[in-house]
Design a protein around this ligand. Structure first.
Ligand SMILES: [Zn+2]
Length: 382
């Protein structure tokens, strides 16, 4: 146990030798069709030559082991699969181990059991079936193992985020802002590494490709504003919206993990500065929205952080109103249908600034890319 805690504190000292990877085997191996097994004939046979590395297998009925990573001479981290079509319920494990040294003790760390509490904390022992013991007439399944601990480790579930630009094809501001975000996230810096470790960030850099290619300003080729189609998108007429919404619905309804933050980037032809629209039930035109999501204050956190980290962001122009004519936008649909409390539209002017450090200047691509970087900086402080 103490060695395990030490290795968590000093990950560089830990051996990382992947000895079993179900995903790779599943993609590359010929499917096994035989229902027989060769357990008895393998007794006493040294596998992997003279290697002392354990051999794992889970490709049989009820099997569950996704990956085994050797972290020491006799120690292995084990990763379980979630239930099918889910990313949860990591509880069941069932796998074969062979090529053991009978004089050695082995440590197995199952690192993604997800329940907060378990009977393993109160004396429950794992079950093991020894082919050798069974052949020698000493029973079948038996409780086995010693020093069994169940505790919270330092592995965390990542939050999902979604950034999207150019639903309105003429708003090229959004592409430069997105460029700033992508550059920041892919840099070799501690802040970028921290964000990559904390979040799964999905980016749709150009949603309305047909509009961009054909030189449109607002609409797609069916002459409709795609950012008013999120409530009920048509699979043929609005496939970009239909499938993007489908991906979010899968995360929210099937995986039970809606985006932690959603942001749609736009350009604004009638206003100056760069600012944010969010969603607050208290500021909705619909009275039933006022009770929909209780934690309204989450909207303002990002705008407060942007005000702190960016020389460009205009907090004064930002608001969190829900108006009738905007209710089929991505921002409001994410908030109302999927409960995304941090659902935003970021607007950036075509013109320039009438407030802050750049007051009186025209906007350029450096301002937009800087704003993208500031979004990432603010995100790391959320
Ligand atoms: Zn727009």
């Amino acid at each position: 146990m103490l060695a395990r805690i030490d290795s968590l504190g000093n990950p560089k000292n830990v051996l990382k030798n992947v000895v079993y990877d179900y995903d790779v085997l599943h993609r590359t191996s010929t499917p096994v069709v035989s229902l027989s097994n060769d357990d008895v004939s393998r007794l006493g046979v040294e596998e992997h030559g003279k290697s002392k590395v354990l051999r794992f297998e889970s490709r049989f009925e009820s099997g569950n082991l996704r990956k085994a990573v050797q972290t020491g001479p006799h120690e292995y981290d084990l990763i379980l699969m979630p239930d099918v079509n889910s990313n949860r319920h990591h509880q069941w494990y069932y796998f074969e181990v062979s090529n053991m040294d009978s004089n050695a003790s082995y440590i197995f760390n199952i690192i993604n059991l997800e329940k907060h509490q378990s009977q393993y904390e109160h004396g429950m022992m794992p079950l093991m079936f020894s082919v050798l013991e069974s052949e020698n007439g000493h029973g079948c399944w038996m409780r086995a193992g010693s020093d069994i601990f169940y505790y919270r480790n330092n592995y965390v579930r990542k939050r999902h985020e979604l950034y999207k630009a150019r639903v309105h094809p003429g708003e090229s501001n959004a592409s430069w802002l997105m460029d700033g975000i992508i550059r920041f996230l892919t840099e070799n810096t501690p802040s970028a590494a921290k964000l990559r470790k904390t979040y799964v960030i999905k980016i749709v850099p150009m949603l309305n490709v047909e509009g961009v290619v054909n030189g449109c300003h607002r609409c797609c080729l069916s002459n409709e504003d795609l950012n008013r189609k999120w409530k009920s998108p048509h699979p043929v007429l609005h496939p970009e919206i239909f499938h993007t919404k489908g991906m979010i619905a899968f995360c929210a309804d099937v995986l039970k993990r809606p985006p932690y933050l959603y942001c749609d980037f736009h350009g604004h032809s009638a206003k100056k500065n760069i600012f944010l629209y969010g969603c607050s039930g208290q500021e909705s035109y619909l009275s039933k929205d006022k009770d929909l999501i209780q934690n309204d204050s989450e909207f303002s956190t990002l705008s407060r952080l942007l005000e702190q980290y960016s020389l460009i962001f205009d907090q004064e122009s930002s608001n969190c109103k829900i108006q009738r004519n905007k209710e089929s936008t991505a921002r409001i649909t994410m908030w109302r249908e999927f409960g995304v409390t941090r659902s935003y539209t970021m607007e950036s002017t075509y013109c320039g600034f009438d407030t802050g450090r750049f007051k009186g200047t025209q906007i350029n691509i450096n301002h937009l890319m800087d704003m993208g970087a500031s979004v990432c900086t603010a995100l790391s402080a959320l």
